[in-house]
Design a protein around this ligand. Structure first.
Ligand code: GLC
Length: 434
């Protein structure tokens, strides 16, 4: 994947930050008043709000911290599985200026909104060795050049594929293009025993995951959501080609009907159950699908490749999660130390080993022991470094809702691709113009 894609990703990030930052900026006199610029003081017990921990490793690390800090214990508050629902709960808490959550596990796309509204504290950059982290991940934790959240894990889209089935069908390499992907499915499904398998799925339910998958389809056809100056560019032939990959997939049933309801965990279960030939998914699926405790029918049978695209390799959307400190909470000094502990090299290594989630520290991608255990690490690093960030908008909720609506209405046949994208273009233009 090209240097061009990388440069474009970086340019988009910078521009999106500038152009969309002002949009609906209620931050100047937001709910936090000046709490967000106060000192990180106070020690004692804290609560940590996070999406569902499907691996159990988060609790293990918290237990380790609690063992060493009996007077500054951390308690996990588990929020729902879907990104949008986590965001809603965190926002409700912030708007009520509640002290309940001290640390927030923020999706990379929420930084601008939480920072501009002064719901989270500005963090002292010099207390973190950010030069050792992947740069795109660090950038997601910044708003107007200041650090508000520290990257805990990153995320890049990967193509999981059933190597056993491809081998048996005489397909010797994973597909680099959508045409090759469809061709490989046809060959695998030509065997009667495989005829009922789903060809391809991703995260297509109407939530943040669809924004990710829609953006990836557009980018992988050579298009973009915003251009280099931050202007929306979704009413283009490339964007249509991208969305049509998904729309046509649903029509031909290469994307199985059930997949329109899939979030990450639904797709993971279908893949692990042996129902899918290809699955677009984040790295966390690797460990669970390879589990040999009987929970996965595909352990040892799949491999991971870069996402395919229209005419060559595709371009991932940048995902990941960062830790921030609520402006309204007590015991912020404890929170800062806990973030340092959780983002340390040791904690990241433990997390990689237990969960196969993408670390944010660059060194782990070049560690021969880690590469031996997780051969996809090299592909993943490329995927993350080339990934395109989603728009960094203060009103991100409106931006993502518009993208979800366009993709969902086209995929379910409620709107044509052309109409859905024309409407999205208008909505994004008005959101970026404010
Ligand atoms: C993963 C990604 C996150 C993304 C979400 C969508 O959690 O890390 O960035 O928004 O999936 O479902």
């Amino acid at each position: 994947m090209s240097g061009k894609a990388r440069v474009r990703g970086a340019a988009l990030l910078a521009v999106a930050a500038v152009v969309l930052a002002g949009c609906g900026d209620s931050g100047s006199d937001g709910g936090g008043e000046n709490a967000a610029s106060g000192a990180l003081e106070g020690r004692g017990p804290i609560k940590f709000a996070t999406g569902k921990d499907t691996s159990g490793n988060m609790q293990k690390l918290v237990d380790e911290w609690n063992g060493e800090h009996p007077d500054e214990k951390v308690e996990i508050v588990e929020l729902p599985e879907a990104a949008d629902e986590q965001r809603n709960q965190m926002i409700q808490n912030a708007q009520a200026q509640s002290k309940e959550f001290t640390i927030l596990n923020l999706d990379v796309v929420w930084t601008a909104e939480f920072a501009a509204n002064r719901w989270v504290m500005q963090l002292p950059e010099d207390q973190f060795d950010l030069e050792n982290f992947l740069e795109p991940a660090v950038n997601t934790g910044k708003y107007r050049d200041n650090l508000y959240a520290v990257p805990v894990y990153s995320d890049g889209g990967l193509l999981y594929y059933r190597k056993d089935l491809l081998d048996a069908a005489g397909v010797t390499a994973p597909p680099k293009t959508w045409a090759e992907l469809k061709d490989a499915c046809a060959k695998v499904k030509a065997t009667p025993a495989n005829a009922g398998l789903g060809c391809y799925a991703g995260q297509f339910d109407k939530y943040e995951g669809l924004t990710v998958n829609f953006s990836e389809a557009v980018q992988s056809a050579g298009g973009s959501i915003l251009d280099e100056s931050g202007k929306p560019t979704v009413n283009t032939q490339e964007a249509k080609d991208g969305l049509n990959f998904l729309v046509d997939g649903v029509k031909t049933k290469e994307i199985p009907d059930a997949a329109i309801t899939y979030k990450e965990e639904d797709g993971r279960r279908a893949f692990q159950d042996g129902q899918l030939i290809f699955h677009r998914q984040w790295p966390y699926q690797y460990a669970q699908a390879n589990a040999t405790d009987g929970s996965s029918k595909v352990a040892g049978k799949f491999q991971v490749a870069p996402l395919p695209g229209k005419d060559g390799p595709g371009v991932s959307t940048l995902g990941g999660h960062n830790f921030a400190i609520s402006a309204f909470a007590d015991n912020k000094a404890t929170a800062l130390d806990f973030i340092k502990f959780f983002t340390s090299e040791e904690a990241q290594k433990s997390n990689l080993l237990a969960t196969s989630q993408a670390p944010t520290r660059a060194s782990l991608y070049d560690d021969p022991d880690m590469i031996k255990q997780f051969p996809y690490l090299t592909t993943l690093k490329e995927s993350i470094l080339n990934a395109v960030p989603r728009p960094q908008a203060v009103k991100y909720g409106d931006v993502t809702a518009a993208m979800q609506e366009a993709a969902y209405s086209a995929m379910t046949g409620e709107a044509s691709t052309d109409d859905a994208l024309a409407e999205l273009q208008t909505k994004l233009e008005s959101l970026t113009a404010q």
